[in-house]
Design a protein around this ligand. Sequence first.
Ligand code: FES
Length: 101
Amino acid sequence: MIRFCLNGEWREVQDQAPDITLLRYLRTQVGLTGTKEGCGSGDCGACTVLLGSLQDGQWHFESINSCLVLLIQVHGCAVITVEALAQGGHLHPAQQAMVEG
Ligand code: FES
């Protein structure tokens, strides 16, 4: 079983292929399609998510290419996708900047 926090909610995952990537899981099993697949090889960044790990009782986040990470590797971690950036009905500044192009 894989247990991780996705966009603020802990979830337990079972019965997934051992080679499923975080990207594929997010898009096909959870329906979080805001995380895109571009190159699939770590070059474009379309699949970027934030990955958090607990260090000294606090979450520390880094951006990762979810196409290069197996789902099993996020066990015990926190994952934040683009869908979780907007809060209170307002776009995150990064999202707003993209809208304004
Ligand atoms: S899809 Fe291009 S870096 Fe992941």
